[in-house]
Structures are given as structure tokens and as C-alpha cells.
Design a protein around this ligand. Structure first.
Ligand code: GTP
Ligand code: MG
Length: 149
């Protein structure tokens, strides 16, 4: 099954947007399989964003992600990776469409409230990086027959 790692960044937690952001994925119909509030250590933030290591904003990005607790989530479903990226919106919130999380709730790239994996491979990699196996739940939502024919 396809899975994606979604994370509410420290600004989203500080601004009281946790419920609002979780709701968007919940209402869409994807399945939550992991959820925790977590203070991210520097090493984990660096590993998570290792592809951006050479960027000039990398140190600021690591400071941002470790500046307070984040909400870590694993979501599952057919097409969940690309769909979650659409729900989240463009990296720069000023370019993000209204109706998306960043389009509705943020104004700056450096404070764009939420992360979403950019490929199914990275979804698996990031979930394994942020969660222990026993923190993930396999379960059958009762609404499933009403979501899928
Ligand atoms: P994520 O879902 O967080 O991975 O964002 P993304 O996939 O839309 O963008 P990308 O992976 O390219 O960048 C990761 C994160 O680094 C962004 O979400 C921003 O928080 C931050 N970032 C990217 N570009 C810039 C930049 O030019 N300046 C600053 N300050 N932060 C940036
Ligand atoms: Mg990214």
C-alpha cells in the first residue's frame, strides 16, 4: 500500500493548527496509521532533509524544524503521496492555491506549516525514519465501504 509521511512543523503546532491540518487529511478519506507529538533532535532533522544539505537555507531549516514539537503522521491510501502534496499546496505559501493548507494558512516558505513526502519511496523511507514499527497501527476504518465502491 502507498503511504506518506506528513508532519505539522513547529509553527503549525505553535499556531494551534494541529486539529485543522489533521482534519483536512481525515475528511479527504485517507487512513491514519501513525500519530505522535515529538521534539525532533537535530540529527533526525538533518537526516530527514539530507537532500537539501548543500542549500544555503539548510541550517535555518534545521533550526526551524527543531524549534519546538512537531506532529508526526503516517497516512495510507491509493495515490496518497501526490494527493497529500496537492492538499498541502506549493512550497512557497504565496504561490499555493486557496483551498490548500499552505494557501489558506501560511505566508512564507520558511514557515510553511506542514511537510509531505514527495514520492512513495520517500514516504516509506520517512515513515521508517520517524516511527518505530510498534508505533504504527494497521486497522480497518468502518467508513471504508462508503469511500470505495
Ligand atoms: P517539505 O514538504 O517540507 O519537504 O516541502 P517541499 O517538498 O514543498 O519543499 P522542499 O522539499 O524543496 O523544501 C523543504 C523545506 O525547506 C520547505 O518546505 C521549506 O520549509 C524549506 N525551504 C525550501 N526552500 C527554502 C528557501 O528558499 N528558504 C527557506 N528559508 N526555506 C526553504
Ligand atoms: Mg520536500
Amino acid at each position: 500500500v502507498e503511504e506518506t509521511y506528513i508532519m505539522i512543523k513547529p509553527d503549525g503546532v505553535q499556531r494551534g493548527l494541529v486539529g485543522e491540518i489533521i482534519s483536512r487529511f481525515e475528511k479527504k478519506g485517507f487512513k491514519l496509521t501513525g500519530l505522535k507529538l515529538f521534539q525532533c533532535p537535530k540529527e533526525l532533522a538533518q537526516e530527514h532533509y539530507k537532500d537539501l544539505q548543500s542549500k544555503p537555507f539548510f541550517p535555518k531549516l534545521i533550526d526551524y524544524i527543531t524549534s519546538g514539537p512537531v506532529v508526526c503522521m503516517a497516512w495510507e491510501g491509493v495515490g496518497v503521496v501526490a494527493s497529500a502534496r496537492k492538499l498541502i499546496g506549493a512550497t512557497n505559501p504565496l504561490n499555493a492555491e486557496p483551498g490548500t493548507i499552505r494557501g489558506d494558512l501560511a505566508v512564507q516558505t520558511g514557515r510553511n506549516v506542514v511537510h509531505g513526502s514527495d514520492s512513495p519511496e520517500n514516504g516509506k523511507r520517512e515513515i521508517a525514519l520517524w516511527f518505530k514499527e510498534e508505533e504504527l497501527c494497521e486497522w480497518a476504518p468502518v467508513q471504508e465501504p462508503w469511500l470505495k465502491e
